[in-house]
Design a protein around this ligand. Structure first.
Ligand code: FUL
Length: 614
């Protein structure tokens, strides 16, 4: 070998493998697991949209109409869909889902297939169409529009028979063909059994999985509104899933996956399924008031700003979208308290997230895919959703360190995965550099003490305000190399006693977890003297309602003090707040045992409150 050949072969021996390695590892990451559809991605970007509950119930002060309510009752003096749309827009909602037909069967549009609709009411002499007015108002305000069509129909004589399915599809076809683009179709799964049913006045419980023959209905939706997502909690899997409660929070661990086949229980709704075979993202639905429909008695109970912010963190901040309900008052408008609160909510979200303190940090990563700039750490700060930091294949433990130029004060951390290639991160940790030492953050606060889990479209972590010079974000485990498109750090302002009920505590203020199906533990933020326990049973018909309870308290997990044992009378027929007063007792954790449950095997709740001494 002459010198030239020797040098050449030496060069190729040294450089070629490096070159090959770079060429190989900078291949784009392969997709991981089930992926979201275009429709699901578009939906996820909406983040927040409104529900509007308005029907005959508004005039009978009910949550569920029986199906024989008098049509003469529907005659709003001041119905103004433009006001609804303006309020929703100012509240940061990207669209509106409207109860075109609730369980009572009354149609808010003049359907050709029933007499039980606006066309036979005094409102506008039967010439009105609320669906049309709202669809037009949404378009004017630049909002998307969608419909809720209740499968359970307590008015229709043939409900439960094959003729009903045809009727249901005919109505759906009207809604999908006469009102422009529909972004979502919402099929509630409730069926309380009894109803008027054209005068039969009987109980008709059906099998929500088979009775409605969903496959054909879904086919029709895909054909008539190919861009719509389907929410269905009654039968076949749609594009979106319920989160298992109406209190406004999805699990901290939240996979956007489920299995196409098989039963789905509360835990799966709350957390998704890590190894699910289909993308079925979580939609968190809740009302700005206790009820879905308007009730005068609830005017003092419009959710406080801090409660709405918690709802935001526990839905949008946990890889979900938020569907927030605004009921319409009998005059045909959103009540001013609800409008103001909704608008304050949106302002506060902007306030919290307006300054991203991470933007001015130096960011470094322990591993970058192929050492390539294209996948470098800087992409988490570039404000673009289609670029990301990625690691080499097989590297599922990696660290991002963000260093501030000077000590910085903050209380929120945000991370986003690039989900078009799948949801990957299983577990991560956060540490902050304070006084020359790394300190773990938030692990102790995480649900089930299990550390921080799942990111998905967006994950927001809240913690008490601190001052640090560095933040370390470590992916501890992932299904495949993590793809992180954004990291943000924020300082949320303190919310004062913003509204009359700001001091009230609710389920979303506690860390709640279950020990089996019939025992719930409520972990209070700090030890307090408890004077009452309040329970709002699940407002759907799936989870178990506690009819007989035993409630106890502890400060040390060893010694339990019984607060009370007994029966919540008439709770099934009238599922409202129940209050158990007790001797003032010190507590850090409250244990609620469901000694007897009605309606479901797994204990559920819509909300709980632990009343403490001021
Ligand atoms: C529930 C229904 O029964 C309620 O009335 C409400 O429409 C809510 C959004 O879904 O299951």
């Amino acid at each position: 070998m002459n010198t030239k050949t020797f040098i050449l072969s030496l060069l190729s021996a040294v450089l070629l493998p490096t070159f090959q390695a770079t060429a190989q590892t900078t291949l784009p990451p392969a997709p991981c697991g089930p992926l979201p559809s275009e429709n699901q991605l578009r939906w996820q970007d909406m983040e927040m949209y409104a529900f509007i509950h308005y029907s005959m119930n508004t005039y009978t002060d009910q949550e569920w109409g029986f199906g024989n309510e008098n049509l003469e009752l529907f005659n709003p003096s001041d119905l103004d869909c433009r006001q609804w749309a303006r309020v929703c827009k100012q509240a940061g909602m990207k669209g509106i889902i409207f109860t075109a037909k609730h369980h009572c069967g009354f149609c808010m549009w003049p359907s050709a297939y029933t007499e039980y609709s606006v066309k036979n009411t005094p409102w506008k002499n039967g010439k009105g169409d609320v669906v049309r007015e709202l669809a037009d108002a949404c378009r004017k305000e630049g909002l998307k529009f969608a419909v809720y069509l209740s499968p359970w129909d307590r008015n229709y004589p043939e409900y439960g028979k094959p003729e009903y399915v045809e009727y249901f599809r005919n109505q759906l076809r009207e809604l999908l063909t006469q009102y422009g683009d529909i972004f979502e179709v919402w099929f509630d799964g409730a069926n309380g059994g009894d109803g008027w049913y054209g005068g039969a006045n009987e109980t008709r419980k059906i099998d929500g999985k088979t009775c409605y023959q969903w496959a054909e209905t879904f086919r029709m939706i895909r054909e008539l509104q190919p861009q719509a997502v389907i929410w269905n909690d009654g039968g076949d899997r749609g594009d979106l899933r319920w989160v298992g409660n109406e209190a406004g929070s999805v699990g901290e661990t939240n996979w956007s996956l489920l299995n196409k086949e098989g039963d789905v229980h509360g835990g799966m709704l709350r957390h998704g399924l890590e190894d699910g075979d289909s993308w079925v993202a979580a939609e968190t639905n809740t009302s700005i008031r206790p009820g879905w429909f308007y009730h005068d008695t609830e005017n003092e109970n419009v959710k406080s700003l801090s409660r709405l912010m918690n709802t935001y963190y526990q839905s949008v901040g946990r890889n979900s979208c938020l569907l927030l309900n605004f009921p319409i008052a009998p005059n045909g408008r959103i009540h001013p308290t609800d409008s103001l609160r909704g608008i304050a909510f949106n302002k506060m979200i902007h306030e919290v997230f307006k300054t991203d303190l991470a933007r001015h940090t130096q960011v470094t990563a322990s591993n970058v895919r192929g050492g390539s700039k294209r996948y470098g750490a800087k992409h988490v700060l570039d404000g673009k959703t289609n670029t990301y930091w990625a690691t080499d294949d097989g590297v599922t433990h990696a660290t991002l360190t963000l260093e501030f130029a000077q000590p910085t004060t903050f209380n929120r951390f945000l991370a986003e995965e690039y989900i078009p290639l799948g949801q990957r991160v299983k577990k991560f940790s956060l540490e902050v550099y304070v006084d020359g030492k790394w300190q773990p953050l938030t692990d102790a606060l995480a649900e089930n003490g299990d550390g921080l889990t799942t990111i998905g479209h967006r994950r927001i972590i809240c913690f008490p305000t601190l001052t640090a010079t560095k933040v370390r974000f470590t992916i501890l485990d992932a299904k495949a190399c993590p793809l992180i498109s954004k990291v943000g750090i924020y300082q949320a302002p303190h919310i004062d006693q913003d509204t009359p009920n700001a001091g009230e505590k609710h389920a979303s203020d506690y860390y709640i977890f279950f020990g089996g199906d019939k025992v719930m533990f409520i972990n209070l933020p700090q030890e307090e003297t408890v004077t009452a326990f309040r329970y709002l049973p699940p407002q759907d018909s799936k989870n178990g309602i506690i009819t007989h309870y035993r409630v106890a308290a502890t400060t040390d997990w060893n010694h339990w003090e019984t607060l009370g044992e007994g029966e919540f009378s008439n709770i099934v027929n009238n599922p409202i707040w129940q209050t158990l007063r007790c001797q003032p007792t010190r507590a850090k954790v409250i244990r609620v045992e469901g000694l007897r449950l009605a309606q479901g095997e797994r204990m559920g709740y819509s909300d709980v409150e632990v009343v403490t001494e001021k």
